[in-house]
Design a binder for this molecule. Structure first.
Ligand SMILES: NC(=O)c1ccc[n+]([C@@H]2O[C@H](COP(=O)([O-])OP(=O)(O)OC[C@H]3O[C@@H](n4cnc5c(N)ncnc54)[C@H](O)[C@@H]3O)[C@@H](O)[C@H]2O)c1
Length: 434
């Protein structure tokens, strides 16, 4: 793949543009109801819901993005389920204690502050409720993936994303490969025929279980689920949704649409808490004779790979462009990536607001979340699951399939923890033949 400098990325003109704060403010004011940064100081006010590992990381990334575009970032509020976590993050960013909110309704209090941009990094089961409320409150959003754990949740996010569009609000998702230069270059080349038409491929997230948190004596059921969310399907969607989503997102992005059907299986043998599977193997049917094999596993000391590989009619490539075999030379421009994709996604978010051309990545991330949910349902049940079952056909048993406890159950104090180590068994019970 040959690279050359290209001005079609518009980097230079964009940077020049945003340095002119008056012009930027005017542009922002022109963007429907989005009046971000129009007020005097030029500071960009941000707030965070979910003060864990990624949330604290996202605050740093957004602050770094602010430096890059020449804008001061002020953290005006933080929210977490646990008071100690909200206050710890608040303290490190100079947020007064009165704006360090905690508990199930912390997000609502945070949304009443004057934050221009709200970052969301709780477990994904809360995202549909928090995202919808943020858009209704007129906030621009950076939201971590995945954005739901069940089909109604994913559809609710899509609907709120449409409202964001009408309100002129920007939404960027934590599917950072879409802001990573190597992926953008590969996508650019593939779109222009570098490997011909994509005919098939494999995607992987094979690694270890990231972590488990055991129940503490003082925990309520809700506390335990919030703390050990990564191991309960009701909170995370299972690791095909929580982690492998990144690779499924690349497949949907490169192919141009979500699959029409998922058929797969999975199992659990090693996990010590929660109710997730250890592994999934899913065949995704993208129609037109195109199948993608998806494989994800969280078991230590096995062969590992995190990648996407596509085979086309005239060549093949990994999603990041490595090992590309191409029979067509495509001139590929440089794409900006300052501070890595985790910073670049915030630069892209803020620039889009300043330019009055708000990015809206809601549908992409929600469809990738739905793709992963389809695969999980297929593995859990042993059935073939169609896109129409989860996205379109109200009569399908999966259309309104909702995992419980719901986000609302946490707010009403009705969150009951499912038992550890009880999992779905696909198919009908085994009946020995005589
Ligand atoms: N894009 C990426 O590469 C990437 C990497 C890691 C994590 N993530 C995503 O980021 C999200 C958070 O992951 P993490 O690793 O930071 O988890 P974490 O457990 O470290 O943090 C989650 C935080 O959210 C808080 N929280 C949970 N429910 C809440 C609620 N209702 N209101 C307020 N606070 C609440 C928890 O107390 C915790 O502090 C997940 O969706 C995860 O998939 C994305």
């Amino acid at each position: 793949m040959k690279k050359k400098a290209d001005e079609t990325t518009g980097q230079v003109s964009r940077r020049d543009f945003i340095k002119t704060s008056a012009a930027a403010s005017l542009a922002a004011m022109g963007a429907g109801t989005n009046r971000i940064f129009a007020a005097g100081s030029g500071k960009i006010r941000i707030a965070l819901i979910g003060c864990g590992g990624r949330g604290n990381g996202a605050l740093k990334n957004c602050t770094e993005a602010g430096k890059h575009i020449g804008r001061e970032i002020e953290v005006v509020a933080v929210a977490d389920w646990f008071k100690s976590k909200a206050e710890k993050t608040g303290e490190s960013h100079g947020v007064p204690k009165r704006r360090c909110f905690s508990g199930a309704d912390a997000y609502e209090k945070l949304l009443r502050t004057n934050a221009d941009v709200v970052l969301m990094a709780t477990s994904p089961n809360f995202r549909p409720v928090h995202f919808e409320a943020a858009i209704k409150a007129g906030k621009n959003v950076f939201m971590e993936k995945p954005v739901a754990v069940d089909p109604p949740g994913a559809r609710r996010v899509i609907k709120a994303g449409e409202l964001a569009k009408r309100k002129g609000l920007a939404v960027v998702a934590g599917t950072q490969r879409r802001h990573q230069a190597k992926y953008l270059q590969t996508k650019y080349a593939v779109e222009r025929g570098a490997i011909g038409k994509i005919r098939g491929g494999c995607i992987w997230w094979c690694g270890r279980i990231p972590w488990i948190h055991r129940r503490k004596p003082e925990y309520t059921d809700a506390d335990y689920l919030v703390d050990n969310w990564l191991n309960f399907v009701e909170m995370s969607g299972d690791h095909i949704v929580e982690q492998h989503l990144h690779n499924l997102d690349v497949a949907n992005w490169f192919i141009g649409h979500p699959p029409i059907r998922a058929i797969g299986f999975g199992g659990r043998a090693r996990r010590e808490t929660g109710n997730q599977y250890d592994l999934f193997s899913i065949q995704y049917d993208y129609a037109d004779d195109l199948h993608i094999h998806s494989m994800c596993r969280q078991v230590s000391n096995c062969w590992n790979r995190v990648a996407e590989h596509f085979v086309g009619s005239r060549g093949s490539t990994f999603g990041d462009g490595s090992s590309m075999e191409s029979r067509k030379n495509v001139d590929v421009p440089d794409f900006p990536e300052h501070g890595g994709p985790y910073v670049q996604e915030h630069i892209d978010l803020l620039n889009s607001i300043l330019e009055g051309k708000p990015l809206n990545e809601t549908r992409n991330v929600a469809e990738s979340t739905m793709t992963a949910i389809m695969g999980r349902i297929s593995a859990y049940t042993g059935q073939a699951i169609r896109w129409s079952d989860v996205a379109e056909n109200e009569k399908s048993q999966w259309y309104n399939f909702t995992l419980k406890p719901t986000a609302e159950d946490f707010e009403t104090g009705n969150a009951v923890a499912p038992p550890d180590d009880v999992i779905p068994i696909p198919g009908s019970p085994y009946k020995p033949r005589r």
